[in-house]
Design a protein around this ligand. Structure first.
Ligand SMILES: Nc1nc2c(ncn2[C@@H]2O[C@H](COP(=O)(O)OP(=O)(O)O)[C@@H](O)[C@H]2O)c(=O)[nH]1
Ligand SMILES: [Mg+2]
Length: 248
């Protein structure tokens, strides 16, 4: 059953984002169209209790390029993106956080880069000009990224940025292998792509400290999610050793 492919699939992960969803999607589309008209935009929404799903459906009705991937129960950002990727038909698949903390002007940049290196392009906030959030998260993030870089030698300084893109081959070969969800998923995608021999490159992006569409609370629970991410790192390390993909 051949599925007609599009140039670009853009996934937007959403959990309780009713106040910004519509504005954000319009903004994202504006930047995708700078690249191509042959796109699909997949709103990957789960577990929202604020009407985000209904807004997503309304958007999809008004534009056949918009699709909705919905679950009643919250499954986490990672699983949402993974499962949306598996139904995406783009030659390049990208995702961007709906709060547009990553400047959407970099969406075309990141997509072009993934295509250019025929692998994964990872937005980076640690580059010059980027702004990082509050001190506590900045520190945790530094520790986390350093740990991952030492263990997996992937050369990536920011694993958690909400703007990434990868080519179809990565989508076919690596995405289905990912097992971990929530906020660790990105790291697993990067590390697995790298150990399988794909190019993974960082692209410096602009990051706004405040969510662009009005201050809103982060969906990240800092201690709980950090603990999960750390557990994820340990899990992935032993998992890759067992798979014979990592040498120590
Ligand atoms: N589908 C889905 N999206 C989520 C979930 N948790 C967070 N997100 C989305 O992931 C993105 C990043 O979340 P955010 O709260 O901005 O994280 P932060 O910027 O790292 O503080 C946003 O687009 C959220 O709506 C989830 O459980 N499911
Ligand atoms: Mg955010």
């Amino acid at each position: 059953m051949g599925k007609k492919s599009v140039e670009v699939s853009v996934i937007v992960p959403v959990h309780n984002e009713a106040s910004i969803l519509e504005k954000s999607v319009k903004e994202i589309e504006k930047f995708v169209r700078k690249l191509t008209d042959d796109y699909e935009l997949i709103i990957a929404e789960d577990g929202s209790t604020d009407g985000s799903y209904e807004i997503a459906l309304k958007l999809a009705q008004s534009n056949p390029r918009i699709k909705v991937f919905h679950k009643n129960v919250r499954v986490g950002k990672g699983t949402a993106i993974k499962e949306a990727s598996m139904v995406a038909s783009g030659n390049v698949v990208a995702f961007i956080d709906v709060d547009l903390s990553p400047d959407p002007a970099f969406l075309p940049v990141i997509i072009r880069k993934a295509r250019e290196v025929n692998g994964v392009a990872v937005g980076s906030r640690l580059a010059k000009g980027a702004i990082i959030r509050g001190a506590k998260r900045a520190l945790l993030s530094l520790v986390y990224n350093t740990l991952v870089r030492i263990l997996f030698r992937d050369g990536i300084s920011d694993h958690q940025c909400g703007l990434k893109a990868w080519v179809k081959e990565v989508n076919r070969r690596i995405v289905p292998k990912t097992r971990k969800s929530w906020f660790f998923w990105d790291t697993e995608l990067i590390v697995r792509s790298k150990v399988e021999g794909f190019n993974v490159v960082e692209v410096p992006i602009r990051w706004t400290r405040k969510a662009k569409f009005g201050a809103r609370r982060s969906r990240v629970k800092i201690w709980k999610d950090s603990a999960w991410m750390l557990a994820g790192v340990v899990w992935l390390f032993f998992r890759l050793l067992k798979e014979g993909k990592l040498r120590i």
